[in-house]
Design a protein around this ligand. Structure first.
Ligand SMILES: [Mg+2]
Length: 242
């Protein structure tokens, strides 16, 4: 296995459907705009859009790997972004079983090697949360531990986010030798307002008070940029003493 040190970030979430892909795409886009050769990698994807599936406005539904690849400026080969894809909206090992297939645990790991060669920095999108099963044997946290990239935790600005985020941080701190968390991104995955969810106004401050990793940015509903500029390259080297 190629062990060349590659800076990277692994984007995980406090849960599924909190906006990991959208956040990962915005990070990849910002790095590409700053002139970096950005690799994007998703070890496995399930719940793919059906062929020809469209949004309400008629635009094509893109898979996570397509979204990531386009945001990064179409680096390398699209099929390398996610070498294993399954259609059913289930955990990957179950989605694979529904097609009479199996997740290739080795390929989850070696699929990253291509991007080690192609990139200055890689943005890896996890699947679900840290303890989401990713193969018959592995959890997302296993891959996170082996890849060694600092984590970005995507937390949705909804009631319950404090509990979800702290549980994710505790998991990161205690899994194997501990996983380094570079920061939290507070994402707005829906268009709700403070009249519908009063916690929207206090969640950021509460996270900042209670969590050790910083809230590095917030992504408002419908925004295509974070509310503040972040040096993603520096965060990717978070735990590198050199
Ligand atoms: Mg996703």
């Amino acid at each position: 296995m190629n062990t060349k040190r590659l800076p990277g970030l692994l984007i995980t979430g406090t849960d599924t459907e909190v906006g990991k892909t959208y956040v990962a795409a915005r990070i990849a886009q910002a790095l590409a705009a700053a002139g970096h050769r950005v690799g994007v990698y998703k070890p496995v994807a399930s719940g793919l859009p059906a062929p020809g599936e469209t949004h309400a406005d008629g635009s094509a539904c893109l898979s996570d790997p397509q979204v990531l690849w386009q945001a990064a400026g179409r680096p390398g080969e699209l099929q390398r972004v996610c070498p294993q894809q399954f259609r059913a909206p289930l955990a990957p090992h179950l989605a694979a079983a529904a097609e009479g297939r199996q997740v290739d645990a080795e390929l989850l790991r070696t699929g990253l090697d291509y991007w080690r060669q192609e990139s200055e920095i890689v943005i890896v999108e996890g699947v679900g949360g840290l303890m989401s099963p990713i193969s018959d044997e592995d959890y997302v946290a296993d891959l996170a531990s082996e890849f060694g990239f600092p984590l970005i935790v995507v937390a949705p600005n909804v009631l319950g986010v404090i509990n979800q985020t702290l549980q994710t941080l505790i998991t990161a701190a205690t899994f194997r030798n501990g996983l380094d968390v570079a920061g939290i991104i507070l994402n707005h995955p829906r268009s709700s307002n403070a009249a519908e969810d009063a916690s929207l106004a206090s969640n950021r401050l509460e996270l900042e008070r209670r969590c050790v990793p910083p809230v590095v940015a917030e992504l408002k509903w419908g925004a295509d940029q974070f509310d503040q500029e972040v040096d993603w390259f520096q965060l990717a080297n978070h735990d590198d003493p050199s």
